[in-house]
Design a protein around this ligand. Sequence first.
Ligand code: FES
Ligand code: FE
Length: 329
Amino acid sequence: MSIKQLDAPDASIIDRWHPALPSERLGAEPVSVEVLSVKVALFRIKGEAVAFRDLCIHRGVPLSLGRVEEDRVVCPYHGWTYDACGACVRIPAQPAGKAIPEKARVTTYRTVEQEGLIWISFGQPDGPPLSLPAFDGFRKVLCAPYEVQAAAPRVIENFLDVSHLMFVHEGLLGDPASAEIHEYRMHRTEEGLVSDEIEVYQPDADGTGKGVTNRYVYKVLGPFAAFLEKRDSADPDHVFGLLFAVLPHAEKRSTAYAVIYRNYALDTPDSVFAEFQDKLIEQDRVIVESQTPELLPLDLQAELHLVSDRASIAYRQWLKELGVSFGAE
Ligand code: FES
Ligand code: FE
């Protein structure tokens, strides 16, 4: 699918930022990543992340197979060389002094780095990828990328689903004996969709093995990005935050990125929290990959909903209003 085909129904995601790669994974070697069914080549040029359509306009070879040489991208096939703006500046087979055709350029995309990730947009985003608080004094951990063979809206909806905690994450994030969810509402704010506080008893809330009752607040920041904050009811100054952003490679194939923020247990190794997240997301992956239909149904008649599903309901309604159809039906 080309961006042109995506353009009409999904302008809302074309103009969004998508988390393409952890910043630390882009060095001297180019990296290819699929974003919204489009192959993108990422390069680091003068320290900046640069994104090209992964296709040399000469004979269609992926530019991610090439290399960066003196701040330019060199195609591996016939050595056509592109500057960071995508303009071809050298065609080795062409006689010296002959002008390079105007049309000899590759499509480039906007990039920005935030929260340890390289974000890419095919359109004209109206701001940075995320507006998050500064988290002064917080420890931040970028967890491993998580590949999920599922549609991005399914992956996000699972993140917003409070009543699965007691079952999919039994003994960790919830206890089936305390599965009742008290009534809560979702609100539309400038940040996106925000839930009321939802209390959940968690036998092991964060991997440190401590049982606590947490107050959850969910925020939907974009079609494929959400945030949750939980505070220990007995000690509300202890805050755990989790940014969860999903890259839709294709309609039914995604990579999820998680960034954990905490202002407590600063002496506990970050790996404790990251490995716990790995375990939770693996539990989620099995469920989300099993769901039918694979595309998230935006028609609320299509599945049964309870009051405890308010976050999912609000998310589906919001996607429908935005006109998001990638990964949804
Ligand atoms: Fe890239 Fe020919 S295919 S230079
Ligand atoms: Fe989960």
